[in-house]
Every structure is written in C-alpha cells, then in structure tokens.
Design a binder for this molecule. Structure first.
Ligand code: GLU
Length: 469
C-alpha cells in the first residue's frame, strides 16, 4: 500500500506552531514510507478564509522545508464533487432537507439544555417533503444506534455512541458544504491512507466515518496528535509569545531548529534531542507518538537553536544573518567578512537576532559605553595601557589577529601587567561592552581605523571622568 497523508489547513490565519507540528508529522510519515504528502487548503469558510493566509501558510511550509507532492488543492474549486456526494446521500436516504427556522432550533436547544440533555436536532424535518428551490439546509441522517469504533494510531481504540451524535448539517442554506462533508469527500477521493491531525478533530472522526460508510467508502486510518500547551498549562496561543512560524523566522530561529523542536513535541526516540531531517525520517513512527499533551518550552527551543547556530555551515548562517543585520540598518558589505564574524560570535548568541545585535560593533561605532563596564575598566589607571596599545596598533602594517595579539602582549609585558588588565580596558574601549570574542579577533574584525578611533573615544572618556571627579 502506498502511504498518502495530507495537511489540510483552513486559511484563516498564519501557520502556527500546532499546525506546523501536524504538517511535520504527516510529512514525516509520508517521507518515511516513500509515500505522498498532499496539501489541501480548506477554504470553504468564505468569510474567514483569505488569500493572505494561504500565502502565509505556503510561506511557512516552504521555510520549514515541508514540501508537498500534490496540491495545493482548494476546496472552493471542488464544490461540484461535494454536491455530488450530498445528492447521493439524499438519494440513498442518508441525508434529508431541513427548513427549521432559527427560532425553532434556538428554542429546542434551550429546552434541551434546561432538561440537561445534550443539544441535538430532533429530526423534525425528517420525512418532510421540502421543495429544493426553497431555502433549506441538508442534514446527514446519522445512525441512532450502535457505536463507531476508531482504532486511533496514537490514542488506541476510541468508541463513540451513535446516540451521542447529531444529524449534522452538511450543506448550508447558501449552498456551501460544511467541513465534515468536504473532508469525507476529499480524504476518500484523494486516497488518503492516514489522516494525521490535531486531537481537536477527534470528535469529528465518528461523524466522518459514518458518512463514508453511507457513501460506501472505506475510511482511512486515523492518528490524532496530542495538543500543545503553553508553559502555564493552557492551550498554546498567541499570548505565549510567537506562535506563527514566520514570526520565529523573524525572531532569528533556524528552520531546522524549529523542525527539530517540533518533532519532539509528542514524539521521542530514547533521550536523543538533536535529529537531522534524515534521522527523523528514519526513526519517526506515528505509533511512538505520546498521547498526552505536550508542553511548549521556549528555553529548550532557544537551546536547540544555538546548537544549530554552532554546528551549521557558517556561510549559510552568514547569509541568514545578513537579513537581520539589514534590519538593524547595517550593510554587511561595508565591514568584515560575515563568515568570520559568524565563526567568532556564534557561541555567544541563541538566535540570529542576538547574533546580529552583538555583531553591529564590527560595522558601526557603538552608541554608548555599557555603564558598568566603563566604570570598572575605563579608569585613569588604564590610560597608559590604552595609549601604548594605540601606538603599537597604529604602527601595525599587517592587521591580523596574530599581529594584534603580539601588540597587546608586548604592552602587558612593558607595564608588567597581566594580559587581562590590558585586554579588558581595550575591549571596553573598542566594543563599548565587557564581553566579546578574544581581543585579537575583536580588534581584527573591528578594523584598524575604527579601533584607533574608539580607543581615542575611551581616552576622552577617561579624561572627562577625571576632570569631573
Ligand atoms: N481544516 C482543519 C483545520 O485547519 C483540519 C481538518 C482535518 O485535518 O481534518 O483545523
């Protein structure tokens, strides 16, 4: 059997973390089995679906590398298929027209609620002859006895009583088909073998299976993924920070880090944390997905991102970093080689945004000294070391880390100081802060002209400080 899975987002917003995890698991399952991954856009809710959202979803999937083999199929292009199925259900007596006014349905609902019974349509219109040209909806005649058993690949056997299920509307009065009907038609026509989706759809599964049976169709297998919770234990939502996949890109995350993070939300392989895509494909199995809710842990995502920043090809990181430097108004062409900057800095940052922020010093002068660092290191006692360094560095013809290192060592020796007593004031002078890569690399990347200019600035600062004392 060729495995066919699908991702079926409703384009009513961006691609969020939960949707991306669903897409990833469906994608992995297809890739693992040499199957087919299909993208289907469920855009039948005309009021809430937008083209912008379709594009945001496609952009998110492309960024994450979740490529699809078929689609995107749009449900709004498939109304004929849905109507065909609805007509078939009407003809075979598995569906009926209903023209109950809203007031009646509201009253019925209130009455049932008052009696503490589950609100359910009472089949008032079943058996009535309703003129198809008059306004009406079509309802599916759900079996009222027996059970629907779902052998869920994640949750195990789940049993639903038909008595609990409503005669749901499958075509609205405006003629548009509803979600459960469209999914039934599409999942079967598209030959989906495994429906992998969020467990918020678990309750729809028996309704869909009943409709498939009424149409004489074979239901696929189902796997309902546990939901994702925020750190406070409530369902993950926007208030937990970035939940849109593209927002993670803007916050400086690498797609492979986010993918690696997402795969671990509900799935594990021993205590392994870092997986290449190939490993994920090889090791992933839907049967190993945990059926309890997964918690989103931002710290862990940051940790993973740093792991990838450190281990990925520096040239690639440099390309991505250039975008973030651009957002800070920096043109990387006007400074040191970005690949060298990445190599020097990447252990010091958890995101590309942080990496960009700590790297601006190599492209433009810092705005102000970090107060604490300046107070501690830019004191009159440091003046001589800075002056001597300035003179040594100015005389350098070869601006290389080795030559710079040699200058700093020489000054420390002359003044009989520990290297740090020279390097640290120099670091604060040149970067404005107390932390940077090693002093030779820092100065090398900053460049000679900027280094000398900033030492002068630090010397002025020391003088002013002395005068004000
Ligand atoms: N369109 C549905 C959603 O975005 C998913 C439907 C399904 O996977 O069956 O929640």
């Amino acid at each position: 059997m060729t495995i066919r899975t699908r991702f079926a987002p409703s384009p009513t917003g961006y691609l969020h973390v939960g949707g991306a995890r669903t897409a990833l698991f469906s994608w992995l399952y297809a890739r693992k089995h040499g199957g087919t991954f299909i993208l289907r856009v469920e855009d039948t809710d005309l009021e809430r679906s937008t083209e912008k959202s379709v594009n945001a979803i496609l952009e998110g999937m492309t960024w994450l590398g979740l490529d699809y083999d078929e689609g995107p199929f749009f449900q709004t292009h498939r109304f004929d298929r849905y109507n065909e199925a609805i007509e078939k259900l009407l003809e075979s007596g598995h569906a009926y027209r209903c023209n109950c006014p809203k007031e009646r349905l509201d009253a019925l609902r209130e009455e049932q609620m008052a009696k503490k019974i589950k609100p359910r349509y009472d089949r008032h219109c079943y058996g009535k002859t309703i003129d198809p040209s008059e306004p009406h909806v079509v309802r599916f005649l759900n079996p009222d006895e027996g059970v629907v058993e779902v052998e869920d690949l994640v949750r195990g056997k789940v049993v639903f009583n038909n008595a609990e299920l409503d005669d749901l509307i499958i075509r609205r009065s405006d003629g548009s088909p509803t979600y459960n009907l469209t999914v039934v038609v599409d999942d079967t026509e598209m030959g989906i073998t495994h429906v992998i989706r969020g467990d918020d759809h678990l309750n729809n599964t028996p309704r869909q299976i009943n409709m498939m049976k009424a149409l004489g169709l074979q239901p696929p297998r189902y796997a309902h993924l546990p939901m994702i919770l925020g750190e406070d234990g409530s369902r993950l939502s926007k208030r937990h920070g970035a939940v849109s996949v593209i927002e993670y890109r803007e916050k400086g995350f690498l797609p492979e880090a986010l993918i690696n993070y997402l795969v671990r939300l509900g799935w594990s392989h021993g205590d392994q944390e870092i997986f290449t895509i190939d490993e994920m494909i090889r090791l992933f199995d839907i049967k190993d997905v945990n059926n309890s809710a997964a918690s989103f842990d931002n710290e862990k995502l940051l940790w993973l991102n740093q792991q990838y920043l450190i281990k990925d090809d520096p040239a690639r990181i440099a390309r991505l970093l250039s975008h973030h430097l651009g957002k800070l108004g920096i043109d990387p062409a006007e400074g040191p080689d970005l690949v060298e900057v990445v190599k020097a800095q990447r252990e010091r940052a958890k995101t590309l945004v942080e990496l960009a922020e700590i790297s601006t010093i190599f492209y433009r002068d810092y705005e102000a000294f970090d107060e604490k660092a300046a107070k501690k290191n830019l004191r009159p006692a440091a003046r001589e070391a800075l002056e001597r360094c300035r003179a040594e560095l100015e005389a350098l013809h070869n601006w290389t880390p080795e030559a710079i290192h040699h200058c700093v060592v020489k000054v420390a020796e002359q003044l009989e100081l520990k290297l740090g007593k020279v390097a640290q004031p120099l670091r604060v002078a040149v970067t404005g802060r107390a932390a940077s890569p090693s002093i030779d690399v820092t100065l090398y990347l900053t460049g000679k002209e900027a280094t000398l200019r900033r030492i002068d600035r630090a010397l002025n600062y020391i003088n002013e400080r002395e005068e004000n004392q």
